[in-house]
Design a protein around this ligand. Structure first.
Ligand SMILES: NC(=O)C1=CN([C@@H]2O[C@H](COP(=O)(O)OP(=O)(O)OC[C@H]3O[C@@H](n4cnc5c(N)ncnc54)[C@H](OP(=O)(O)O)[C@@H]3O)[C@@H](O)[C@H]2O)C=CC1
Ligand SMILES: CC(C)(CO)C(=O)C(=O)O
Length: 309
């Protein structure tokens, strides 16, 4: 199987790098700045599971002259539209596109562009970021990649993809209900990113603040109510597990969006929080906390843009 990894950032570089390390046929689609950086430094992974330095196979959009069996889409939500145009020459009717973006809006965008048949459900759980020299830093041992047919079927192609992903040094899992798991992850992440970005701290700092734990529970309640009404309701155990994790003062959590905010980078506010607010509004559901988080992110982004001008 030939895999095209779109984006050699923190997640694409991590999972794609591990696959390359395990001998899989992997090519990274990158843009000029990242191509130059990777040619100079190689693909460097710094991880609790072991460091590795790789020489990745790179291709840029104007050099994409073949199709791939599978495409692993790892761009940020705000880069999705441009990436869809770039990958078009790599897609043939049988190509599987496996995205790991957060939220659900990208599934509609992919389906509109390439058809239902092309799109596989996916999600990842990891905490990765890029260091100053573009190296991939894995911040904790979590490294789960989950995928499945969106209709839950156990097709031949998904079994092939599973065989390709398994045994590459991370936790690869074929889900029998990836749609449910994606909605659950959106519930988890909108609760975590909503809390961390609105209240501007990790969950350790938030829970240590007066009434911080009450605020976290209220955000979780709101996210659970919206997701249950507009999507697939998270399982009760999943909601309980989310509450336990987000209020555990022993093991503070952050979100990739809060890390981006702390670093002054662009944020995926629309896909992770904004889309939830819009769906709530369309269904006449109250969403005061998610709306406040969304406005807070909009003001952060406006200030960031002003600094860039
Ligand atoms: N980081 C984490 O811990 C987690 C992230 N996620 C999700 O995964 C997704 C990716 O996040 P992450 O990997 O951290 O993001 P990064 O910003 O680290 O990486 C994204 C990469 O995509 C590249 N890119 C964007 N557009 C294109 C394009 N058209 N062609 C080629 N490359 C492109 C960017 O390249 P360039 O350098 O040129 O800008 C960048 O290197 C997000 O949706 C995020 O929410 C999910 C779970 C955990
Ligand atoms: C769930 C979590 C926190 C880790 O995978 C995440 O998706 C993120 O930080 O964006």
């Amino acid at each position: 199987m030939k895999l095209l990894v779109v984006g050699a950032g923190s997640t694409g570089g991590y999972f794609g790098g591990r696959l390359q390390q395990a001998g899989r046929d992997v090519t990274f689609l990158v843009r000029p700045r990242r191509a130059e950086q990777l040619r100079a430094t190689g693909l460097q992974i710094r991880s609790p599971h072991g460091d590795v330095d790789l020489v990745p196979d790179l291709v840029q959009a104007d050099g994409l002259d073949q199709t791939y069996d599978a495409i692993f889409l790892t761009v940020k939500a705000y880069a999705l539209d441009a990436a869809l145009a770039d990958i078009a020459p790599a897609v043939r009717p049988e190509t599987m596109i496996l995205p790991i973006l957060n939220g659900m809006a990208h599934i509609d965008r992919l389906t509109e562009r390439f058809g239902t048949q092309a799109v596989i459900g996916g999600l990842c759980k990891c905490s990765t970021t890029l260091g100053e020299a573009g190296e991939i830093l894995q911040l904790n041992p979590m490294q789960d990649l989950t995928y499945g047919e969106l209709d839950g079927s156990q097709s031949d192609r998904i079994q092939r993809l599973d065989g390709f992903m398994k045994g590459a040094g991370f936790n690869a899992r074929l889900s029998a209900d990836i749609a449910l798991e994606m909605w659950e992850k959106w519930f988890f992440l909108s609760s975590l990113a909503g809390s961390t970005c609105l209240l501007r701290g990790d969950t350790g700092q938030i829970n240590a603040a007066p009434s911080g734990t009450d605020a976290v529970h209220a955000i979780i309640d709101e996210a659970a109510a919206i997701i249950s009404a507009v999507g697939i309701a998270p399982r009760p155990d999943y909601v309980a597990g989310t509450r336990a994790q987000l209020t555990n003062t022993e093991a503070p959590l952050s979100s990739s969006m809060f890390r981006d905010m702390q670093a002054g980078l662009a944020v995926e506010a629309d896909a992770i929080i904004g889309d939830l607010v819009h769906r709530a509004k369309a269904a006449s559901l109250p969403a005061p906390l998610m709306t406040a988080a969304f406005v807070n992110l909009a003001l952060y982004d406006a200030a960031r843009q002003e600094r860039l001008i």
